[in-house]
Design a protein around this ligand. Structure first.
Ligand code: NAD
Length: 350
């Protein structure tokens, strides 16, 4: 069961919750805006359903409020940034502001961000770079809690859902934003399915004995089974690479025994931000991008298909629909939000 809530009312309510738990006004508003934007784009796994977890972590002193991106190494186009376990939505945005400035100055910037609290929907950072006219690649790993994904050929959890993301500005058009977990589906989607009493599609989960299952209860509330990487050995390879690029190069930490006892969501992220104009004629580059996009979109439709889409398009379509008709939020999530609000002395408006 879900109920439609208007985005502005939801943002205002979630901002009030974060203010009540100790965030300053701008910090609370930025976190709320980012979470509601994820809901608007259809990624409910990364939306307001995370509020309960965030508030619990803030109260336990694991998620540090009021922190900012701290530059620990500055070598011109290369920056290492410590997120100090602060709000990922603040730290990630500040890290990308720095990356954009360095990419404009040097043509390229490599930013290794370590120990941020959960960065949320990674596509937001690729969008920030694309709005500045820059191409970006982001490899992310997830540490701080028990891993969720089995390695190809293994049967227990060893890696995070380690997302990979890329953004390409398309002049005159919205950007291409490829933003994906390296697991078959994001963990939060299992939580949403569990709360809505749904099974998940086949091929996504295994139980504790390594047998295929479609029951999200093997992962929610506790991971007794495992998520599978997307695309078999290929998704597994990319997920492992994300752990190394994001977790090892930033020195923020990779998954290994003993690395996940903190009961919190920590992200490390390696971002490479490129100015196309530093490589060549930006008009010609944009023309090449446009040609290939037109080419693939002109493919005759496969049986049952409604359109050939470019990464980022499904999110924009859902955003338009949800802005017009409200965001469907699971009743269970609304109950949890009401409970958090009660505990913080905040009125629930719906
Ligand atoms: P998804 O499978 O819904 O989409 C993955 C990508 O495929 C998107 O870029 C989307 O635009 C594109 N896509 C979807 N349908 C398409 C189609 N028909 N044609 C062409 N392209 C299409 O996303 P996901 O893997 O479930 O990830 C969801 C979110 O979870 C992402 O925003 C990701 O950043 C986030 N995430 C975050 C963390 C973290 O620790 N911060 C961890 C895992 C995932």
């Amino acid at each position: 069961m879900t109920r439609r809530i208007e985005a502005p009312a939801l943002t205002e309510f979630v901002t009030a919750l974060f203010r009540a738990v100790g965030c300053a006004g701008a910090e609370a508003a930025t976190i709320a805006h980012h979470l509601v934007a994820a809901n608007l784009m259809g990624h409910d796994s990364h939306g307001v359903g995370l509020v309960t977890e965030y508030v619990r972590s803030i109260r336990a002193g694991r998620f540090q409020v009021g922190r900012h991106a701290r530059v620990v190494t500055d070598r011109g186009p290369i920056l290492v940034i410590d997120g100090q376990r602060g709000a990922g939505q603040i730290i990630g945005t500040e890290a990308m502001d720095l990356a954009i400035a360095r990419a404009r100055a040097h043509g390229v910037a490599v930013v290794a961000l370590r120990q941020s609290h959960h960065l949320g929907r990674i596509g937001a950072y690729a969008e920030q770079c694309a709005e500045a006219g820059l191409v970006s690649l982001h490899a992310v790993n997830v540490i701080g809690h028990r891993p969720l994904v089995a390695p190809f050929g293994g049967r227990d959890v060893r890696l995070g859902t380690n997302p990979f993301c890329a953004g390409v500005p398309c002049p005159g058009q919205p950007p291409l934003i490829l933003d994906m977990a390296t697991s078959c589906i994001a963990y939060g989607k299992l939580r949403v399915a569990f709360y809505e009493g749904r099974r998940v599609e086949p091929g996504v989960l295994i139980d504790r004995d390594g047998r295929p299952t479609d029951d999200p209860a093997v992962m929610v509330p506790d991971a007794i089974g495992a998520l599978l990487p997307f695309g078999g050995h290929k998704g597994y390879g990319l997920g492992l690479l994300c752990d190394i690029l994001a977790g090892a190069l930033s020195e923020g930490g990779t998954n290994h025994a003993g690395a996940f006892d903190d009961d919190m969501i920590i992200n490390n992220m390696l971002s490479i931000v490129l100015d196309p104009a530093a490589l060549g004629d930006s008009t010609a580059i944009a023309d090449h991008v446009e040609r290939v996009i037109d080419w693939v979109k002109a493919s005759p439709l496969a049986p049952g298909s409604k359109a050939v889409l470019i990464a980022g398009e499904p999110e924009r379509a859902r955003r338009a629909e949800r802005l017009a008709h409200g965001i469907p939020i699971a009743e269970r999530t609304l109950d949890e939000l009401a409970e958090v609000a009660r505990s913080l002395g905040v009125a629930t408006p719906f």
